[in-house]
Ligand binder design. Sequence first.
Ligand code: XUL
Length: 536
Amino acid sequence: MAERAALRCCLGWDFSTQQVKVVAVDTELNVFYEDSVHFDSDLPEFGTQGGVHVHKDGLTVTSPVLMWVQALDIILEKMKASGFDFSQVQALSGAGQQHGSIYWKAGASQVLKNLSPDLPLHQQLQACFSISNCPVWMDSSTTAQCRQLEAAVGGAQALSCLTGSRAYERFTGNQIAKIYQQNPEAYSNMERISLVSSFAASLFLGSYSPIDYSDGSGMNLLQIQDKVWSQACLGACAPHLKEKLGPPAPSCSVVGAISSYHVQRYGFPPGCKVVAFTGDNPASLAGMRLEEGDIAVSLGTSDTLFLWLQEPMPALEGHIFCNPVDAQHYMALLCFKNGSLMREKIRDESASCSWSEFSKALQSTEMGNGGNLGFYFDVMEITPEIIGRHRFNAENHEVSAFPWDVEIRALIEGQFMAKRIHAEGLGYQVMPKTKILATGGASHNRDILQVLADVFSAPVYVIDTANSACVGSAYRAFHGLAGGMDVPFSEVVKLAPNPRLAATPRPRASQVYEAILPRYAKLEQRILSQTWGLPE
Ligand code: XUL
């Protein structure tokens, strides 16, 4: 007899850059089991650093595919050894680091289908891959292929309108093009190409899992409106690509039942459903339970925004993906490079290295900062491409310095105004029911969160996202189990713990910032034009 009553549950997996992680979530949406296997420390024989190999050129970054397979073997064995009751798993889903790709050799599907439950997966799949070191999202070696792809479809903006992003080195289509150009033999010898997400799903299915729409949007190949592979993009990357990718599938679809391998070896029930795996960022959106109009702000080394979008406006910056929990909608990802390091620098320079002094400055200055605005980009920013510090007074004259407290408010207001402006540039709209979900280091500072609430005129909630891709995957498994597309995701996850309210906008906030936001946008445009010598 098990010590405690067996819990019916779903599993959420995360195949991230550094580890494979799993959580088990019961039907009341409590996480009751967690485990992980770290590539560097648990599988030292692969010699990775941070889960990857950075090649001599400094641009190529890969991970050994068999390391991922073996990590799954180890974690399943650990669960079994701990007495985990697999027979109660109703469904499972998972997340994979985005963009990475796996190349299955001709004949591999037969091996997958006929696995012996007496042996671990990695021993049986050794000869199944035509590329043993897979390109991952940190790879930036495909600039030539990016330019070729953009040229083939009529330019960067045209590619973005079609696929949600201009060409990026890490996006899978460009990686496939490089493999085809440099290693045509390996290319012609592969029967299937998977993303990390669909590869991981395939290991549970015992057959090839389709690529889901949401992670598929990170390839520069999928038409995000029509949800079909773009002939023009496929043709520009490599021949016969459509067959090798297989048809894409809705993110919340059940892609099949777990393979008899897992039933026999671990005791999964034969009816355990596999819900399409997706990318780690889409899975995090599910884990954070983002809804229409919501925005998640991760305040880390770089600041990242996750947006829920209804009407996407693809641009030359940011990425638009199909939404993983609602097939009609979209999500976007925006990255701002000057995040925590910039805040810490200004804290050291203007607040004697003290966060409490920094907070005092935010408390003692007014919303709108008396009309003073600042741009602080010590490293070349991505959104937008500007470098340097630029300060303007209420008359839009550039000034060389601000008083210490004005400097601090200018930094924080500027960082959040930029986020709102660039989010709106992708089609985002603040709605009456908008929530802002804040995570990361700076989300512990209430005064910073107050500015965030004021600039967006929306309440700010704090959440812990350490496990959000994994927990989001378990939530998505419940969603698929409940019927996927026919059931709103929010219904399925309504029992999950609520985020904590941290700040509400002050009464005059919307008035103040609605007046300043267009000024900030104009000045940003002015700096951009000056930086790149463009007409204003
Ligand atoms: C997103 C991206 C990374 C990876 C990390 O475009 O490249 O966030 O998904 O795992």
